[in-house]
Design a protein around this ligand. Structure first.
Ligand SMILES: *Cc1c(COP(=O)(O)O)cnc(C)c1O
Length: 396
């Protein structure tokens, strides 16, 4: 055996996204103790950078030391008390996971399903809450990565508040990619991941909790069934200044990387990052249309960072994706769940959301499809994308 050297890839799938040199360099610095005073300073800065990314003043805003799915469990295992009646909105794979995790947290789950490729319908959520006053919490996915759909988090959280419910929001793919305002929208518990639009390495889950959510967590009479994710214990570790007590060993180097990735977001400015995703999505969509490839989601609900497209008739999913990877070092995502085999998911996330990637993807995909006997003109697709950059898009 010898040392591992990964191939150079362009990551345009559903995550992880391309990690910048700057973040990789931060990651490779010397490991220090996780209770070292200078590490404590780093933790404080990460908290405040995360507050900016989430647009919140929530004191309990931290990265959980595990991937996005652990962020999901952190929210449910703490906010949901056994026996709570929880409305879970399902319009894709990650809504289904929420349902599963809510059940394991002891919730009495009310599942509300929506068509795949459609957003969560606020009117149906409102009607359900009106007819079932025992529900005290609603959960939904802001950016459903399995379908490429954006749901109206602002409207849904407003309805939740009007019905005295807490809200749990999956923002794994939305954070830093599309508009997200935790305080203004009244979101109570939110989780994300580092490997999507933050373009950090995988393995951390930023979370944030409103005062209402923290009160609910503190009034638990039985401790959470998860020791590792029990926020009443984790809070002591991520608490103020040097009062910190050991809970687990923080992933020190990963947190160097997160700090750098969040700094990059702050330097660009969130609004600019949201607008950039919109701009490149627009160009990609124009190019794909020229290739005769359809986006599955209606324009009004599309995620700019995750483009779900229908695989053309007679084209083999795996053959195309493997040719893209082997010959163009380009990774795009397969369809997930109900979309497996009939859709591709093209990610334009964070550091990977660039003009260069848009053009590389159109050119590689057009070339491979042509070789598979599909009629298209890759050059005109590139021209269409280039022209799209000359027409300004709406801000975000
Ligand atoms: C990727 C993703 C997750 C899971 O994140 P992991 O880091 O893979 O655990 C959860 N929800 C959504 C919407 C995602 O896109």
């Amino acid at each position: 055996m010898e040392s591992f050297h990964p191939p150079h890839r362009v990551l345009m799938g559903p995550g992880p996204s391309d990690v910048s040199e700057r973040v990789l360099k931060a990651l490779s610095q010397q490991t220090i103790g996780h209770l070292d005073p200078s590490f404590v300073t780093l933790m404080d800065q990460i908290k405040s950078l995360l507050q900016y990314a989430f647009q919140t003043k929530n004191e309990l805003t931290i990265p959980v030391s595990a991937p996005g799915s652990a962020g999901m469990e952190t929210c449910f295992m703490n906010v949901v008390h056994p026996g709570d009646r929880v409305l879970v909105c399902i319009n894709g794979v990650f809504g289904m996971r929420m349902q599963e995790v809510a059940k394991r947290a002891g919730a009495d789950v009310v599942a509300l399903e929506f068509d795949w490729g459609s957003p969560v319908d606020p009117a149906r959520v409102e009607a359900t809450l009106a007819s079932d006053p025992a529900i005290n919490c609603i959960a939904f996915v802001h950016a459903e990565t399995s379908t490429g759909v954006r749901s109206d988090a602002k409207a849904l959280c407003k309805i939740a508040r009007e019905h005295k419910c807490l809200s749990i929001v999956d923002a794994v793919t939305s954070l830093a990619g599309i508009e997200l305002r935790v305080d203004e929208w009244g979101i109570d518990a939110i989780y994300s991941g580092t490997q999507k639009c933050l373009s950090c390495i995988p393995g951390l889950a930023p979370v944030s909790f409103s005062e209402r959510a923290v009160a609910r967590i503190k009034e638990r009479t039985t401790p959470s069934d998860s020791w590792f994710l029990d926020l009443n214990l984790v809070m002591g570790y991520w608490g103020e200044g040097n009062k910190r007590t050991y809970h687990h060993t923080a992933p020190v180097n990963s947190l160097y990387a997160l700090h750098e990735a969040l700094l990059i977001v702050q330097e660009e400015g969130l609004e600019n990052a949201w607008a950039r995703h919109q701009t490149h999505h627009h160009a990609l969509a124009k190019g794909l249309a020229m290739l005769g490839i359809e986006l599955i989601v209606d324009e009004a609900h599309r995620l700019p960072e995750l483009n779900t497209v229908a695989i053309p008739e007679g084209i083999d999913d795996a053959t195309v994706r493997s040719a893209l990877l082997q010959r163009f070092d380009l990774e795009i995502g397969a369809g997930l769940g109900k979309f497996a085999g009939n859709a591709w998911r093209i990610g334009l996330m964070g550091n990977g959301c660039t003009r260069q990637n848009v053009l590389h993807c159109l050119s590689a995909l057009g070339t491979v499809l042509q070789e598979q006997g599909y009629h298209c003109d890759p050059d005109s697709a590139l021209n269409a994308a280039e022209r799209a950059y000359d027409t300004p898009t709406s801000a975000y």
